[in-house]
Design a protein around this ligand. Structure first.
Ligand code: NDP
Ligand code: BG6
Length: 480
């Protein structure tokens, strides 16, 4: 399937932190791919900004090295590098600001986006300096990365710092899960089909499982991760977004505030999580377990979490939502399983067994949908029932592999330029998510809970199975 590329108007994008890990690993490669796709016009400018002593030429060399391994020929790369420039600047001091303002004056009237790819502690002074130098006008947009705060108080501070200089309509808070094609597909499946929505409630759904399993460990981000843990790093944001999209009411339109209003209602309707409905784990491994990886032999930070929660509203009263995520698990697999109830009465008698439909929405890898349906086992021997999968892989159905599609950052950055906030988090949404998360964390800290060890390459700690078994349920397997 050929994707449609609609070029954007010329724009200026200033990447504060343009020499850092995020810029090298995600932002610049994403921009280059959009350039190669023909979406970015030659009149656009990408200005890296940091304290390091680069000039335009030496920064272009750096960017060229970063993109050397990317697809594309030398001409394409040379073309992209022509739109790249560098401004030496200190976002926490006055050096470099006049020069940046002078550069941007050449592009007056066009969209100017400022990517805050620096530590969150710098957001406030960065926002203030943009305004002080006349760079926070109407056409300005700011892009901020997660983590958006470490708790409710810090998220509120960040929101206040940004709101002092920018309107909410100018602020783009990234949760890259919302930029994933398959995450958006969740909405298409729910609201583009008549089939599912009538059954999408506690009358027909027994429970919902949301799993985001990773095989990677904490990598080189030990210091950050050990201060965060799976709850702050994944549940408060990525899993929360998945939960919202699977549980929210249909918005009247696929438009920023309509969608975000509905997500906010879900978050606000979440019940507090009871201590016995939380399982925290920490991976162990002979050569480099979690504690060695983060360099903290006494760390109590979780690299795995499973929990059960409820949404107290008419649609979902009585339907538990089970969430789990962890590092160094048996397979990389993000999947949402909607577990339907058994048929109310079996006309085939008790010997036919119990059978319930399961709708599995695979987000990554091998994106697709499987619906487990019950049929008669072929052959003689009476009415024996068997569950079989109705399986659809998006790659097979649409002919587009994961690597052929724009990645989350490509889509999100282009949405910033187009001024579409639908796939970005609103300030109140982030605060509501922290308001639900904070008491959970405060609870285990007050109790002095220690995460349960689990083997690297396993499905997580055994207690997570017990969490389900106590409710007479089972996790679906973690399969790649
Ligand atoms: P790095 O430490 O790799 O890079 C930080 C960047 O900020 C460098 O370019 C640095 O350059 C610049 N910088 C630091 N201080 C200043 C200053 N006073 N003025 C101007 N520039 C400054 O961090 P990351 O790229 O990893 O992270 C950036 C942000 O993105 C953080 O908020 C992080 O939490 C978030 N994030 C990162 C992810 C990742 O994959 N790395 C994933 C998700 C979020 P210099 O020292 O030359 O000034
Ligand atoms: C990031 C987390 O936000 O998401 C990482 O900080 C995690 O810890 C990553 O590995 C997962 O993203 P993806 O796109 O690989 O599923």
């Amino acid at each position: 399937m050929v994707s449609r590329v609609i070029p954007v108007d010329p724009f200026d994008l200033v990447i504060f932190g343009g020499t850092g890990d995020l810029a090298r690993g995600k932002i610049l490669p994403a921009l280059y791919r959009r350039w190669r796709a023909g979406q970015i016009p030659p009149g656009a400018r990408v200005i890296g900004a940091a304290r390091a002593a680069h000039d335009d030429e030496s920064y272009r060399v750096l960017v060229g090295q970063v993109l050397a391994a990317a697809d594309g020929g030398p001409d394409e790369l040379a073309g992209f590098l022509r739109i790249v420039a560098y401004q030496r600047i200190d976002v926490a001091a006055d050096a470099g600001w006049e020069a940046l303002a002078a550069r941007l004056a050449d592009g007056a009237g066009r969209v100017t986006a400022y990517y805050f790819s620096v530590a969150p502690g710098l957001f406030g002074s960065l926002a203030a300096r943009l305004q002080a130098h006349g760079l926070a006008g109407e056409g300005a947009r700011v892009v901020v990365e997660k983590p958006f705060g470490n708790d409710l108080a810090s998220a509120r501070r960040l929101n206040r710092d940004l709101a002092a200089h920018f309107e909410e309509s100018q602020i783009y808070r990234i949760d890259h899960y919302l930029g994933k094609e398959t995450v958006q597909n969740l909405m298409a499946v729910r609201f583009g089909n008549m089939l599912f929505e009538p059954l999408w409630n506690s009358q027909y759904v027994d429970h919902i499982q949301i799993t985001v399993a990773e095989t990677v460990g904490v990598g080189g981000r030990g210091a950050y991760y050990d201060g965060a843990g799976a709850m702050r790093d994944m549940v408060q944001n990525h899993l929360m977004q998945l939960l919202c999209l699977i549980a929210m009411e249909p918005p009247a339109r696929f438009a920023p505030d309509e969608l975000r209003d509905e997500k906010l209602k879900v978050i606000r309707a979440l019940d507090p999580v009871k201590p016995h409905h939380i399982v925290r784990g920490q991976y162990e491994q002979e050569s480099c377990g979690y504690r060695a990886a983060v360099g903290n032999p006494r760390s109590r930070t979780e690299s795995y979490i499973a929990l059960r929660t409820h949404i107290s509203n008419w649609r979902w009263a009585g339907t538990p939502f089970y969430l789990r995520t962890g590092k160094r698990l048996v397979a990389r697999s993000s999947v949402i399983n909607v577990m339907f109830k058994d048929a109310p009465h079996s006309i085939f008698g008790a010997e036919a067994g119990r059978h319930a439909n399961v709708l599995s929405i695979r987000l990554q890898p091998n994106e697709g949908i499987t619906l487990k349906v019950t049929i008669k086992e072929p052959g003689p021997g009476g009415m024996r029932l068997v569950d079989v999968p109705l399986d659809m892989s998006f790659a097979e159905a649409l002919g587009a592999e994961e690597h052929d599609r724009p990645d989350a950052y490509e889509r999100l950055i282009m949405d910033v330029i187009r001024g579409n906030q639908t796939l970005f988090m609103r300030g109140d949404e982030v605060e509501a998510a922290w308001a639900w998360t904070d008491p959970i964390i405060a609870g285990w800290e007050a109790r002095g809970d220690v995460p349960k060890p689990y083997d690297s390459g396993s499905t997580g700690p055994g207690d997570a199975e017990l969490l389900m078994q106590r409710d007479g349920r089972r996790w679906q397997g973690i399969k790649p």
